[in-house]
Design a protein around this ligand. Structure first.
Ligand SMILES: Nc1ncnc2c1ncn2[C@@H]1O[C@H](COP(=O)(O)OP(=O)(O)O)[C@@H](O)[C@H]1O
Ligand SMILES: [Mg+2]
Length: 271
């Protein structure tokens, strides 16, 4: 069974047109599915509706029409209990690693908050005592997975570089051992070489944890590097979907060819 099914989804927003208000369609009749363990790359120019689609999958925006089903649950019509359950399974990582982190919280508070909210610590070793010690031990373990160490725990987000902040975001996203990460332009705000390190971290985490990714980017070279399948979005519509290798070798749409021809955003040793 697909982990995510997007079924004929539309999103429109009202827009002022002179004295009248009209509806502007941002996402138009999009259908796609994401299978467990794969990386679906969603690529398209800025403004094509990628983030709006991601937010509908996350349940942060309601579709005007159509529905999103994650693990068999209709996201927009789910009960509070179901939504709570879905939060554990699917986590977002957004573009701006600073905006996503509460500047007043320490890294310890940031990465342990999901456990406190949900009242669980996944993968807790049997025999480890509960309370502060085990929270701290698990937090250190989690930071280790994203290439940070214990010294990060008492510090605040502003004390870190952009790349390190994105690592903290990823650690927090992984805290509840989700199945699916919605990665919305996770390296677009970073320098190319720092972004490449984050991309490689994401690859490693995926193989270690069997994660499923929706990887969203305006950069086809990046999407091609990470994805098993690619969906190409133009002006709110999916214009082409296919296996990554086949789609890049033999694009059917002029728009896809144009994205492929765009400048690489990965250093040569990664791409
Ligand atoms: N809440 C909103 N109200 C009105 N327009 C919106 C809203 N959110 C996004 N848009 C518009 O939808 C279009 C697509 O935006 P977005 O989904 O962010 O695209 P992308 O992520 O591909 O750059 C943009 O023109 C944006 O201005
Ligand atoms: Mg976007």
């Amino acid at each position: 069974m697909a982990l995510v099914e997007v079924k004929a989804v539309w999103k429109s927003y009202p827009r002022r047109a002179g004295l009248r208000t009209e509806l502007r369609t941002i996402v138009e009749d999009v259908s796609l599915s994401i299978e467990p363990g794969e990386t679906l790359g969603l690529v398209g120019e800025s403004g094509s509706g990628k983030t709006t689609l991601a937010r509908m999958i996350l349940g942060l925006v309601k579709p005007t029409q159509g529905k999103v089903v994650v693990s068999g649950i209709d996201v927009a019509r789910s009960s509070r209990v179901d939504l709570h359950h879905l939060r554990r399974q699917m986590q977002p990582v957004f573009q701006d690693p600073y905006a996503a982190l509460n500047p007043r919280m320490t890294v310890m508070e940031i990465v342990t908050e999901p456990w406190l909210i949900h009242g669980i610590i996944p993968d807790r070793q049997p025999g480890i005592e509960t309370g502060r010690t085990s929270l701290r031990a698990r937090a250190i373990e989690l930071l280790g997975e994203v290439g940070l160490d214990e010294s990060a725990l008492p510090r605040h987000p502003h004390e870190f570089s952009g790349g390190q902040r994105q690592r903290i975001n990823i650690a927090r996203a992984l805290a509840l051992r989700p199945k699916l990460l919605i990665l919305d332009e996770p390296v677009s705000a970073l320098d190319v070489s720092v972004g490449a390190q984050i991309v490689n971290l994401l690859r490693r985490l995926q193989s270690e944890h069997g994660l499923t990714y929706l990887f969203i980017s305006h950069s086809m070279p990046l999407v091609r590097y990470l994805s098993t399948r690619i969906a190409v979005m133009e002006h709110g519509r999916l214009v082409e979907t296919g296996e990554a290798v086949a789609l890049c070798a033999d694009p059917q749409q002029a728009y896809t060819r144009q994205l492929i021809a765009a400048t690489p955003e990965l250093p040569a040793d990664v791409a």
